[in-house]
Each structure stands twice: as structure tokens, then as C-alpha cells.
Design a protein around this ligand. Structure first.
Ligand code: MRU
Length: 363
């Protein structure tokens, strides 16, 4: 693996810095997080985004909180902080699962018996562990995903959506990690990167990551997917996951579902890449996944991409009048029967259904 992987989360000497992903690709700026509230705000405003990166930043946010207090807080205050954190973005499950694991260690009796220094130390150790484990997990997903193409000869054309790369995780990414491994295994690759309106995770972030490594790619608008699948011999669609239900239904960035339908129509394999921490085994199907509705301004004004002086970080394009109503669901759910396989660190789930999910995840 080429070693110029970008990072979006830096933990240095007890301080947390997050890459401001709103400003990419124009500006590479890290923002120090002085409190848990700063981290929650950064998650809500999508300074940090991508399900694994949100979870890891959130746990480091708890470390920032513990470093900022002079006395051990009441356990109920500590729990309240975690609750506020979990509510910052509702669809991706990784943050909730990470906080559940965190609380397995930071129980009420542990809290009672431990001093602040020990709590701080243990919190940091756990956050670092989540960070390191994600790096490992990404590599295993990438390897398992790349294995799917081991008998493929000739060039590879891949379509991807949103950003599932290094800045959405701690490592090389999930679906984008697979793409990186395919490049490393010597395939001549062309990646079609769908823009991912309204936040442009594809055209701003994925394109930026691929560009840094010289991986050939074309940005397409989300609506060009059918054209591209009809005309360009796409070998596979690779996307990420924000929450996978027991039956394999997968919530991911808005637009994923349309790519899956189009892929199905053109007999193009459609793969989801996600880790164990993307599965919500408490829900039977995608119908139970809460879909985050974001502010309509993101569609009509691109205001989230404006600098304090009103200058846009990206060219504004055609913006709707301020009076327009707009619907802004941030995610959609792709039914499992449209998914050819879910690539995980433990292997590939295919066919995608509850029995197969159960077998691989051993629940
Ligand atoms: O709203 P975002 O940008 O946080 O949504 C991100 C996605 O939907 C990703 O595809 C998903 O989180 C997987 S990132 C490895």
C-alpha cells in the first residue's frame, strides 16, 4: 500500500484535531476541538463525517471532555454527555455501538472505584484502540473485497458513491480501501465517482483522495449513473454503509439506492463494504433505520460551503431561490435483494440475507 494516506483525525498530546472536511479540496485545515460540545458540533456540521470517523472522533471527544474537567464528574453527568454525543447524527450506527462498548468498560462501579487520572488514561487507551482497530479492519475489508476480482482479467471500471475513504475512517477506507487494494494488485483502474449531492462527498472528497494517489477517475453527476452503467462496462459498484440491518438492508448516503436499482437493471454487481460495527443486529430490516433529515439550505443555498466572508468553498453552481422548499434526506436504504455481497473484515456475505449475516457475524 502506498504510504501517502491522508488522515482526518489527529490525537496529539491529549488534544484532538479534526480535518475540516467542509473545506476540501480547497483548504486542508485542522480544527482543534476544545470540548465535547465542539466535537458534537463538528459531527453535526459534518466537519468530520463518515460513519467510522464519526464514531472514533466521538470517543476521542469523551477524552477531551475528561481532560477538560478538574474533578471527576458525577456518573450521571458523564452518561448525559454520552447521550448527547450519540444523538449528534442518527443514521450511522457505528457511534452508538462504540459508545456501548465504551460504557461496558466505564460502568458505574468502575466510575466509583477509579480516580480521574485512571479514567482519563483508560478512556484514551480505548479511543486509541478503536482508532487502531479501524485501520486493521479497513485493510481486511480491502483485501476481502479485492479477492472478489482475483479471477478478473483486463481493466476494471468501478463506480462508487459518496466518500468511503481515508478521511471517513482511520485507515484506508472501506469501499475506497478496496479500490486502493485493486490498484495495488496491479489492475488498470478507472473509477466513476458520483458527485453525491448535496454535500459533494464524491466530487470534493473521493476525487481529492483518488487524485492525490493518481488513480484515474471521472466525476459524474448522480443522475449519470444509468448512462455510465449502460455505456461504460462497469464491472462493479462499490459503496459504504452507515447501518446494516439483520437481513442485510443497508442505509448509506442518499443516492445509493438508485445506483443499486440501476446496477440491478444492467446486471452489474453491487457491493457494500462495511465492518462489523456497521451492523445493527437489533433491527430486523431497513424499515427500522432512522433517516436523518438535514436542513434544506444544504440543497438550495450551499450555505454550509460558504466561508465567513460569504465566499463559497466550491463554485456555487445553480442555486435555487431562497424561498424554495427542499427535501433533504441524508441517507436511503438499499434492500438486501439488490446487494450482491457485503464485504466485511470477516469475509463476504453473499447471498445477502439474515441467515448469511448470522453465519458470518455469529450472533
Ligand atoms: O453524511 P456522511 O458523509 O457522513 O455519509 C457518509 C456515508 O454515507 C458513507 O458512505 C458511510 O458512512 C461509509 S464511510 C466508510
Amino acid at each position: 500500500m502506498k504510504n501517502n494516506i491522508v488522515k482526518s483525525i489527529l490525537w496529539q498530546d491529549g488534544k484532538l484535531f479534526l480535518l475540516d472536511q467542509r473545506k476540501l479540496p480547497g483548504h486542508e485545515e485542522f480544527i482543534e476541538q476544545y470540548s465535547l460540545e465542539d466535537v458534537i458540533d463538528s459531527i453535526r456540521k459534518m466537519i468530520v463525517r463518515g460513519a467510522p470517523a464519526i464514531a472514533i472522533s466521538g470517543i476521542y471527544g469523551m477524552c477531551v471532555y475528561l481532560n477538560s474537567v478538574s474533578e471527576k464528574p458525577d456518573y450521571s453527568d458523564f452518561l448525559m454527555k454520552i447521550q448527547n454525543l450519540v444523538e449528534s447524527r442518527p443514521t450511522a450506527v457505528n457511534l452508538r455501538l462504540a459508545t456501548e462498548e465504551y460504557l461496558n468498560q466505564f460502568t458505574e462501579s468502575y466510575w466509583r472505584e477509579s480516580g480521574l487520572d485512571r479514567i482519563r488514561r483508560d478512556s484514551e487507551t480505548l479511543a486509541n484502540r478503536f482508532f487502531e482497530e479501524d485501520i486493521e479492519t479497513n485493510s481486511k475489508i480491502a483485501s476481502n473485497g479485492a479477492d472478489l476480482f482475483k479471477d478478473h482479467t483486463g481493466d476494471l471500471n468501478i463506480l462508487t458513491h459518496c466518500n468511503t475513504g481515508a478521511i471517513a475512517t482511520a485507515g484506508i477506507g472501506t469501499a475506497l480501501g478496496v479500490i486502493r487494494f485493486l490498484r495495488d494488485r496491479g489492475f488498470r483502474l478507472t473509477v466513476y465517482v458520483s458527485e453525491t449531492r448535496p454535500y459533494h462527498q464524491g466530487s470534493r472528497l473521493t476525487s481529492w483522495e483518488l487524485g492525490k494517489e493518481g488513480i484515474e477517475h471521472y466525476i459524474i453527476t448522480d443522475s449519470m449513473s444509468a448512462f455510465v452503467m449502460n455505456e461504460k462496462k462497469i464491472n462493479a459498484v462499490l459503496v459504504g454503509a452507515d447501518r446494516i440491518a439483520r437481513n442485510g438492508d443497508t442505509a448509506n448516503k442518499i443516492g445509493t439506492y438508485s445506483h443499486a436499482i440501476i446496477a440491478g437493471h444492467h446486471s452489474v454487481p453491487f457491493f457494500v463494504a462495511g465492518s462489523r460495527t456497521s451492523f445493527d443486529l437489533s433491527i430486523a430490516s431497513g424499515r427500522e433505520i432512522p433517516i436523518e433529515m438535514r436542513n434544506s439550505d444544504e440543497l438550495t443555498q450551499n450555505s454550509f460551503l460558504k466561508d465567513s466572508d460569504g465566499k463559497n468553498y466550491i463554485p456555487p453552481g445553480i442555486l435555487s431561490p431562497e424561498t424554495a422548499l427542499a427535501l433533504n434526506p441524508s441517507f436511503d436504504v438499499t434492500p438486501s435483494d439488490l446487494i450482491s455481497g457485503i464485504i466485511t473484515e470477516m469475509g463476504v456475505i453473499s447471498p445477502v440475507n439474515e441467515t448469511e449475516v448470522k453465519k458470518l457475524l455469529k450472533f
